[in-house]
Design a protein around this ligand. Sequence first.
Ligand code: ADP
Ligand code: MG
Length: 276
Amino acid sequence: MDAIFDLRNISYSYVGKIDALKDISLKIKQGERVSIIGSNGSGKSTLLAILNGLVYPTTGEFYAFDNQITEEVFDAVKDNDFRTYFRTKVGFVFQNSDVQLFMPTVYEEIAFGPLQLKIPLQDVKARVEDMLEIMGIAKLRDRSPHTLSGGEKKKVSIASVLVNNPDVLLLDEPSAGLDPRTQLWLVELLQELGEAGKTVIVATHDLEIIEMISDRAIVMGEDHRIKEDARTKDVLSDFELLMASNLIHEHMHIHGKLVHEHLHAHKKDHSHMHVV
Ligand code: ADP
Ligand code: MG
């Protein structure tokens, strides 16, 4: 199998009139580390929703694992082997943990997916214990997910996805709202998953992390089209492109991995401000 995802001329509009994606064509191979970047409203979340089979292209075709994904194939009421296969292969971490978390305790939250997949109870228990350890959340096992901090919720959300051992991980703005230490933890986790051969696809406008977590960056323009699809380091060094995509503004520039903001010219001290 060459590409695991193959998008051909996909457009998507909400309620038939709000454009979110226009003429998107791209392929992603198993094991690739890809970031999808672009300003607010450019279509990043919608693109992830297509990749996860949550919405279907308005026009164009989406193939995953050599099967075309259509509403008929993913119809939730019918039993469907391919849908089950797809759901075990692909894991999705939502931007807002509150829409992901719904069980009374952290333990049950993480156990939910494997139980759905009818994995034997002893194995489920062992997997959940592993996850609680790996993610450093063993102390939270009996807590209600909704009472946790943002960073803790994110860890539980990621654990509830990783426990199913998916090959492909889709994450929507995973670093948003995390404190610096949790952000570093996340970057290292995504690096380890990449090294383990997982396909890791992250939508973000956090330019600070993309060079660490991806080799390829797809830039979404404000016109909902792909503006660039290239090596992350080349995208990051293309100031004009980042400006035109509304990812940086004219008072910012990039020193190595750091994005700086120059305060306005009339400030005599030329001080820098770290934006991220
Ligand atoms: P991003 O994740 O890059 O911020 P989105 O994919 O969320 O972008 O949104 C792309 C476009 O689709 C935006 O114009 C947004 O307003 C619109 N949109 C997103 N979700 C909905 C929705 N549920 N209903 C209507 N329009 C939506
Ligand atoms: Mg979004």
